[in-house]
Ligand binder design. Structure first.
Ligand code: ATP
Ligand code: MG
Length: 440
C-alpha cells in the first residue's frame, strides 16, 4: 500500500487512476487464497446447518448508530456515511450483524428453535490503513438466534475452530474467552472499573481518558502498550459476575473442554461493539503482529429487542478474510504458478479450417464439463502453442493437426506422464476421464 499516499500534481493531465487508499485488488495467488478461505467457510457452515443471508452493502445510518453504539470507534469515526440524492443518511456497512438483525425484524422471520445464518462479503471502515487493516475488508460471520444456552456459544466457537482446522491454521491461533456480564451485574463492575481508571488516568492515552465516563469497558481494548500495561492491574469482571452469568460461563467452559477445544481465560477481553453480553471470545494469532484477531464474537442477547424486534437471545462471530489469507501464506508461500487456467489445452494447426474445428471441439469439451483453454490468437506456430500449454499447468494437451483431422482423430498428451496417444474424436471425453481430468 506504499504508493497510496502519493500526492498528485494539481492540473496534471493524464493522471493515473489508482485504487482508493485502504482498498485492495485480489488476483492470481491472492485470489486463489481468498477463494480457499471462502470455500472452507462455506464447507464448515454447511456442516453445521447454517444458511446464507445476503443483505445490502448499505443501510440507513441509524441502524448502525443504534446497534453498535454511538461511543464506539466504528460509529464515532470509522463509518462511510453519505447523504443520497434525497438527503437520506446512509452508511456502507461496517459490520454484518446489524443488517442481519434488521432483516430478521423487517421480514418477521419466525424463530422456532434456533435460526442459524451466515453472511460473507465486504465491510467498510475508515480506519488507518496498515498491514491487516483496510478500509474495505472482507468478513464472513455467523449468527445464531433463539438460543440462550451456553451450548449455542460452544457451537459457535466450534464452527470457528472447525473452519481454522479446515484451513490448516488452527495451530497458529489461540482461543481467548471471557464473560462481560449482563445488564444485571455489569453496572457494578463498570463502577469499579471507572474508579480504577480515574485513579490511574494520568497513565492513560487521550482516547482512553475520553472513554472513562462514556464507555469504560472499551478502554480495556486499547491497543497502546502503555495503556495495556496499566490495565493488567485493573479489576477483573469475573469477580463481579452474577450467579447466572457465572453458571453460563462455567457450562460453556465444560462444553469446550469436553469437545477438546482448548481456550485461555482472558479476564480483560472485551469487544469494540456495545451489544455484547456474557460470552466474548477471539481466535488470536501471534504471527501477524499487532492485528492479532482473526475471528471474534460473542453473545448479544439484547440487540434484536433494542432494534424493535422480539426478545430473542443471539450469539455469533465475524472473521477477517484478509488476515486469514496472511496466515495461509505463512503455511505455504503463495505462487501464481499454482493457478492453472484450465485442465485441457487445445493446440491446433494454424489454418482457418482447423482453428474453426478447434473452437467447436473446445466448446464441446466445456459443455461436457471439462475446464478447457483454446489459444485465441491467430498465427501461432505449433511450437509456441505447445510452450504456452506447458506453462499453463494443464493436465492434458489435445492436438489437432492436419493428419489427425483427416482421420477424424486427435492426439492427446498426458502432461504428467508425457505419454501421447491418438484417438477418435468422439472418444476424447472418455479418455480425459480415464486420465483423471475432473468434470464440473
Ligand atoms: P480489531 O480489534 O483488530 O480492530 P475489531 O474488534 O474491530 O478488530 P470486529 O469488528 O470484531 O473486529 O471484526 C471481526 C474481524 O474482522 C476481526 O477480528 C478482524 O479479523 C477483521 N477486521 C476488523 N476490522 C478490519 C479491518 N479494518 N481490516 C481488515 N480486517 C478487519
Ligand atoms: Mg477495529
Amino acid at each position: 500500500m506504499g504508493k497510496d499516499g502519493q500526492s498528485r500534481r494539481p492540473g496534471a493531465t493524464l493522471s493515473l487512476i489508482q485504487k482508493v487508499r485502504g482498498t485492495r485488488d485480489f488476483f492470481g495467488a491472492d485470489e486463489a487464497l481468498f477463494a480457499r478461505v471462502e470455500s472452507a467457510a462455506l464447507a464448515a457452515f454447511r456442516r453445521y446447518g447454517i444458511r446464507q443471508v445476503r443483505t445490502p452493502i448499505f443501510e440507513e445510518t441509524s441502524l448502525f448508530t443504534r446497534s453498535i453504539g454511538e461511543e464506539t470507534d466504528i460509529v464515532s469515526k470509522e463509518m462511510y456515511t453519505f447523504a443520497d440524492r434525497k438527503g437520506r443518511s446512509l452508511s456502507l456497512r461496517p459490520e454484518g450483524t446489524a443488517p442481519v438483525v434488521r432483516f430478521l425484524i423487517e421480514e418477521k422471520i419466525q424463530i422456532t428453535d434456533t435460526l442459524k445464518v451466515f453472511y460473507l462479503g465486504p465491510m467498510f471502515r475508515y480506519d488507518r490503513p496498515q498491514a491487516g487493516r483496510y478500509r474495505q475488508f472482507h468478513q464472513f460471520g455467523i449468527e445464531y438466534f433463539g438460543a440462550a444456552s451456553a451450548a449455542a456459544d460452544a457451537e459457535v466457537i466450534a464452527v470457528g475452530r472447525s473452519l481454522l482446522a479446515k484451513l490448516g491454521i488452527e495451530s497458529r491461533t489461540r482461543l481467548l474467552l471471557n464473560s462481560v456480564g449482563c445488564p444485571a451485574c455489569r453496572p457494578a463492575y463498570m463502577e469499579k472499573l471507572q474508579s480504577f481508571l480515574r485513579a490511574r488516568s494520568a497513565e492513560l492515552c487521550e482516547d482512553c481518558r475520553g472513554r472513562i465516563d462514556a464507555n469504560p469497558l472499551r478502554c480495556l481494548d486499547c491497543k497502546r502498550e502503555a495503556c495495556a500495561k496499566t490495565y493488567e492491574e485493573s479489576p477483573k469482571i469475573s469477580s463481579t459476575l452474577c450467579d447466572a452469568c457465572r453458571r453460563h460461563d462455567e457450562t460453556l467452559k465444560e462444553l469446550l473442554a469436553d469437545a477438546g477445544i482448548a481456550f485461555a481465560a482472558a479476564d480483560r477481553l472485551v469487544r469494540g461493539l456495545d451489544y455484547y453480553v456474557r460470552t466474548v471470545f477471539e481466535f488470536v494469532t501471534s504471527d501477524l503482529g499487532a492485528q492479532d484477531a482473526v475471528i471474534a464474537g460473542g453473545r448479544y442477547d439484547g440487540l434484536v429487542k433494542s432494534l424493535g424486534g422480539p426478545d430473542v437471545p443471539a450469539t455469533g462471530f465475524a472473521g477477517g478474510i484478509e488476515r486469514l489469507i496472511e496466515l495461509l501464506k505463512l503455511n505455504a508461500p503463495a505462487s501464481d504458478a499454482q493457478v492453472s487456467a484450465g485442465d485441457v489445452y487445445l493446440v491446433s494447426a494454424d489454418s482457418p479450417e482447423l482453428r474453426r474445428k478447434a473452437f467447436r471441439l473446445t466448446e464441446r469439451l466445456r459443455s461436457e464439463g471439462f475446464s478447457s483453454v483454446l489459444p485465441l490468437l491467430d498465427g501461432k506456430s505449433f511450437k509456441s502453442q505447445f510452450r504456452a500449454a506447458d506453462k499453463s499447468g494443464a493436465r492434458a494437451v489435445v492436438i489437432l493437426g492436419e493428419a489427425e483431422s483427416e482421420k477424424g482423430c486427435v492426439s492427446v498428451k498426458n502432461m504428467s506422464s508425457g505419454e501421447q496417444v491418438e484417438i477418435a474424436e468422439p472418444d476424447l471425453p472418455r479418455l480425459l476421464e480415464t486420465m483423471g481430468v475432473p468434470r464440473s
